[in-house]
Design a protein around this ligand. Structure first.
Ligand code: HEC
Length: 138
């Protein structure tokens, strides 16, 4: 082998080693991310974090209370599952004014006079679904 050939061989060898090292140390890119919304700090379930964030972002807590426990302005959001299916709740949130109501709602109208449950038809249906699912756990 001439000197030049030795150099070429050395470079090829080096290249090969680096290439293999690169492959071995490369991070597994296809590894599924468990849930991008998962909150590592609080360790809460993603669905819950999501819905809670949405509920805060959309001002539900302003009327319904920090923990949806009810205020002078709006009722507590409890026993929701007893009254609403997930889909009915989504429809209600999209257009609460259209809900003809029942005795419970008549009482609400009386008790929270002048306060109107706003419509959230501007929200993504997926987000409304998350909120509805979360409320059904209350
Ligand atoms: C401006 C105050 C206000 C805001 C903001 C508000 N609500 Fe309401 N909400 C009310 C009032 C008042 C009622 C009582 C029903 C009525 O008067 O129509 C109500 C009723 C409800 C009900 C029915 C409760 C039951 O017992 O069946 C649900 C569910 C609900 N709100 C969810 C939400 C969610 C979710 C948000 C945020 C996305 C929200 N509300 C934001 C005032 C508000």
């Amino acid at each position: 082998m001439t000197n030049a050939q030795k150099w070429v061989a050395a470079f090829l060898g080096l290249f090969l080693v680096l290439f293999i090292l690169g492959r071995v140390t490369k991070k597994e890119e296809t590894m599924p991310v468990a849930n991008e919304n998962y909150n590592e700090q609080s360790g809460q379930q993603p669905a819950e974090v999501d819905a809670l964030t949405l509920i805060k972002q959309n001002g539900c807590i302003t009327c319904h209370g920090q923990n949806l426990e009810g205020t002078k302005m709006a009722p507590a959001l409890v026993d929701i599952k007893k009254h609403w299916s997930r889909d009915a709740l989504i429809n209600y949130l999209r257009n609460p004014g259209a809900y003809s109501g029942d005795e419970r709602f008549e009482a609400y109208r009386e008790k929270y006079k002048g306060i109107v449950m706003p419509s959230f038809g501007n929200l993504d249906v997926k987000d409304l679904g998350k909120i509805a699912e979360y409320l059904q756990t209350k």
